[in-house]
Design a protein around this ligand. Sequence first.
Ligand code: ATP
Length: 363
Amino acid sequence: MSRIELKKINKYFDHNHILKDIDFVIEEGDFMTLLGPSGCGKTTMLRVITGLENPEEGIITIGGKEVVNGRNRYYAPASKRGLNLVFQSYALWPHMTVFENVAFGLTIKKVTKQDIRKRVETALEKMRIIQYKDRYPSELSGGQQQRVAIARAIVTEPKILLLDEPLSNLDAKLRLEMRAELKRLHRELNTTIIYVTHDQVEALTMSTKIAVFFEGDLVQLDTPRGIYRHPADLRVADFIGNPTINFVDAICSYRDGCLVTESGLGTVNIPSGQKHSGEIVLTIYPEDITIHEDRNESGIRCIVSSILPAGSETLIQLMVNDQTTLLAKYMGEKEYPIGSDVWITFPKEKVNVYDRGSKRLIP
Ligand code: ATP
């Protein structure tokens, strides 16, 4: 009932093409995150699904029922689409207490008073704001208001929940707790969730699927692991890396099931079924690089140029052959002396190869 299908959605603001031929399906029970940098069209996509914006072209169906048909100029009103939306600007009613704000959706559904109290209190407990139930929104912090907005959205147990950066006002610790809470809610309520964020860690930790947007294009739709392991192009690779992924310019030729790559790292053979040759870019995550203190025959010699302790893990900047800088990450607090030699190894299958011209992944 809550499968959402989008076909060839195009949306313009004035002469600006904001959403370009967007085609995808959100299956019932998905936790689908729309991810991308600021201004890429995520919020507009969400507003088009809810009916707060109308696309000039395209078709949207929800549960098999057409709610948008651009060609026929048919746009079902937002209230008829069975969706529940939480905005980053939470829009609580200022004259109602927290309890009344959360209860509102149930009072208009004619639920009994006793049931309302029970369901509202459960939602407030889940969001850990039960102690504020008699306060007015103006008496709450931004983060507390954000949690009231989520409680208000989940109390009616909607089939589809849309969340636009709902954790943006929380401090780091609470954000981490709320991610776990939202993931649990998704599992327990079996709700389809569409979630907008520009935070790749948030997307990777909570979603069942991620749709990555750049400049109005849907560039990649995959599972979090698929997006992380095989970013479809160099923009996605750059966006997903945390800390930033290593890019190494190289040239390659194909031989015996391998791309033979020549770069500042020397000759590295990457297993591949693609008979590709020419200018490429290699990507390696800092966490995929292993550092060896002693000479390693199969390793690449580097010089330690900087150490950046980050609590339980450490970032290390390395110089290879006086021309290539690499960032590596390891667990622990060990500090290698600046200027000392170390050797690095990395699993070849974790290196991705991109065509330098088109910037696309060579699978
Ligand atoms: P953010 O993460 O900053 O919220 P976003 O990816 O959600 O960004 P959108 O809010 O969808 O991006 O905006 C996409 C583009 O459309 C932006 O260039 C924005 O300036 C433009 N835009 C959004 N709403 C309007 C509007 N009502 N009128 C004109 N342009 C708009």
